[in-house]
Design a protein around this ligand. Structure first.
Ligand code: ACO
Length: 432
């Protein structure tokens, strides 16, 4: 690769024009096509944005060919091994890891702000108990947008900081409220004497007025899953947060939009879809049939938890989660898990299959995460909610970066129009 600009030729006029090449610190460079429409009257076409960089970003780097993921330059393996989720939040939001004092202060700040206002909690009353908790969470975030309507000016740093704190502090409380609502239990508020993950587990599973006991492996696993899901550069939900945020909308509403985008089975909803699929595969003997279905072009079935837009190699997060999955099941005394057995066998068969090899389809982050959630007692419909708690860190980091970036303009893609040309309007009486 050179750092020279590209020269393109207009085939109609023979006119030559330059596309400036811009280099990042690592990874592919980009061609700046911002002037191509004004100079040549032509749009670029890239459905699904597979070859389009929508912004410059300092936050997360992925090398999909080599299975590398780094937050602010730190490899995910190192962070997963040595950090707490709040340390990673601090890193994503501030660019640097905290020292001990900074971390202590940050933990206190997050804990001190974890109560939800009553009006936000009242949102629950509009939902039946069989509602999906992702729709409840999204509604509660919109309710936060209404509650903080008068106190969020996105141009003021102190108000942006309050917003960042409120999201990291209060989204777990909102998630727990949704969980207790769908399981017909009364709301249990945050316990400020506990760490971030322990408090989440207590708000989910604790009982009023009785001591909360939990297995330390549950909070260790939750901490790991939150770190691994914290950010993943310009994925669907993060791009949604950036896109909606680019209009200057109340940022709580932008985070709500991120929750909605994350819910889909092609994105964060895959963790729930993986367990549904493993349940549907009755026994190990039926795996071949499902692999054949996934390969059949006429069958919409796909192997959930397999494939990724960016990773064309083993998702580094999946490798870490796979290891934790064994540890959790072993420590919680569920060594013989039929679901894990099916997952391992399915992975083994798919990784040897020509179709999956040729298309570079490997297990992604969500292939094993649901098995861990299940083992620690979290029901399927809550898996993506936990993912959302984690991804709030990334959504915030990107929203803040976008707000401060002088290049930010309202997100407004163009299109290749393929509809009818101008035609005559017929009065209704003349239409056949
Ligand atoms: N099972 C079977 N075939 C697959 C799968 C799969 N899971 N994933 C991709 N393919 C095939 C496609 O049919 C396509 O085949 P073709 O070239 O013959 O048409 C080829 O592989 C490329 O797939 P695309 O859908 O074009 O890839 P894209 O980058 O658009 O989609 C995605 C990526 C959505 C993740 C896809 O692999 C998928 O649907 N996987 C299952 C859902 C899933 O696990 N999502 C979670 C992703 S991780 C996350 O968001 C947290």
């Amino acid at each position: 690769m050179t750092d020279k600009n590209y020269i393109l030729e207009n085939p109609d006029t023979g006119e030559k024009f330059f596309l400036k090449k811009d280099l990042g610190s690592i990874g592919p460079s980009v061609l700046d096509v911002t002037s191509i429409y004004s100079k040549q009257g032509i749009f670029t076409f890239d459905p699904g944005f597979a070859a389009t960089a929508s912004c410059k970003s300092d936050i997360t780097y992925i090398d999909g060919e080599n299975g590398i993921l780094m937050y602010r330059g730190y490899p995910i393996e190192v962070l997963a091994k040595s950090s707490s989720f709040l340390e990673v939040c601090f890193l994503l939001l501030n660019g640097e890891l905290p020292n001990q004092d900074e971390l202590n202060n940050y933990e206190k700040l997050i804990s001190d702000n974890s109560n939800l206002d009553k009006t936000v909690l009242n949102t629950l009353k509009g939902f039946k108990n069989d509602a999906h908790p992702m729709s409840i969470l999204s509604a509660m975030l919109n309710s936060m947008a209404a509650f903080y309507h008068d106190s969020i000016d996105i141009n003021k740093e102190d108000q942006r900081n309050t917003f960042n704190t409120n999201i990291i502090s209060q989204v777990p409380t909102a998630a727990a409220a949704a969980f207790r609502h769908i399981t017909n239990k009364s709301f249990l508020g945050p316990d400020k004497s506990l760490g971030y993950c322990e408090n989440i587990l207590k708000m989910f599973f604790g009982e009023k007025d009785s001591e909360f006991k939990f297995d330390p492996i549950s909070s260790e696993a939750l901490n790991l899953l939150l770190i691994l899901h914290a950010d993943h550069e310009q994925n669907c939900s993060t791009s949604t947060v950036r896109m909606s945020g680019s209009s200057g909308v109340n940022p709580y509403a932008a985070i709500s939009a991120g929750v909605t985008a994350l819910w889909g089975p092609a994105h964060g909803g895959a963790n729930e879809a993986v367990i549904n699929m493993l349940d549907e595969i009755g026994s190990i003997d039926e795996i071949d049939t499902y692999v054949d279905k996934a390969k059949d072009k006429n069958d919409p079935f796909r192997l959930m938890g397999f494939g990724h837009r960016v990773y064309k190699n083993y998702d580094p997060r999946a490798a870490i989660i796979r290891e934790m999955c064994h540890k959790v099941l072993e420590q919680l005394g569920e060594k013989n898990s039929p679901t894990l057995d099916k997952a391992i066998k399915l992975e083994e068969i798919a990784l040897k299959d020509e179709y999956f090899i040729e298309k570079n389809l490997y297990p992604n982050v969500d292939f094993y995460s649901g098995i861990i959630y299940q083992a620690i007692g979290i029901p399927k419909s809550m898996f993506t909610v936990i993912f959302a708690i984690a991804r709030c860190a990334g959504w915030l980091a990107h929203w803040n970066e976008m707000i401060k970036d002088p290049l930010t303009r309202i997100g407004r893609p163009r299109q290749l129009y393929t509809g009818k040309r101008k035609r005559n309007y017929l009065p209704i009486k003349d239409r056949r």
